[in-house]
Design a binder for this molecule. Structure first.
Ligand code: IMP
Ligand code: MG
Length: 173
């Protein structure tokens, strides 16, 4: 059996989500742009974050996975769900669970801009800057963490642990 060691309690996560919501509202002068959340790992974070972001704005989802070794300069990301919401001419807030190598998010930002988005900002709950393979800096970050494999609060290992209300580090026995 794998063990999960507590990294951030549900309360600590909640406090960061509160802080992020304030930061986002201030950055956009309370006018939240179109939100696109990256499935599946961001589902819990997005649900909690958006409940703290009042206003009338579109919310949609995208599903993507990066592949390839990440040393190439072109985008290698397979998109299995593309949002139906209008992207052209819009300002977009892209919400994801983790920025790791940065490949997925960097590619998604590029794709959305290619579709005509005039601004794409990224918000992640967790950032692992030491794992970057490409230059990528998310605008809004909940927690910056070292190179750890985390689960919980929507984040999985083999589709499990998403239901945990806290964020933990998976330890193999
Ligand atoms: P990348 O930044 O393109 O390498 O991909 C980031 C994605 O990899 C995240 O959205 C997660 O789905 C997944 N990922 C990265 N680190 C972890 C982790 O520690 N636990 C679970 N999934 C992770
Ligand atoms: Mg993901």
């Amino acid at each position: 059996m794998d063990r999960v060691e507590m990294l951030f309690t549900a309360k600590e996560v909640e406090e960061q989500v509160d802080r992020l919501a304030e930061e986002i509202l201030e950055a956009y002068n309370n006018q939240v742009p179109t939100v696109i959340a990256v499935l599946k790992g961001s589902f819990m974070f997005t649900a909690d974050l958006l409940r703290r972001l009042p206003g009338i704005y579109a919310v949609d989802f995208i599903r993507a996975a990066s592949y390839g070794d990440g040393t190439e300069t072109s985008c290698h990301v397979s998109i299995s769900l593309w949002p139906t919401v209008k992207v052209a001419g819009q300002k977009v807030l892209l919400v994801d669970d983790i920025a790791d190598s940065g490949l997925t998010l960097k590619c998604l930002v590029e794709r959305l801009k290619k579709e005509g988005a005039n601004q794409v900002d990224v918000c992640v709950l967790l950032d692992k800057p030491s794992r970057r393979k490409v230059e990528f800096i998310p605008r809004f970050v909940g927690f910056t963490i070292p190179n750890l494999f985390v689960v919980g609060y929507g984040i999985d290992y083999a589709e499990k642990y998403r239901n945990l209300p806290y964020i933990g580090v998976l330890k193999e026995d």
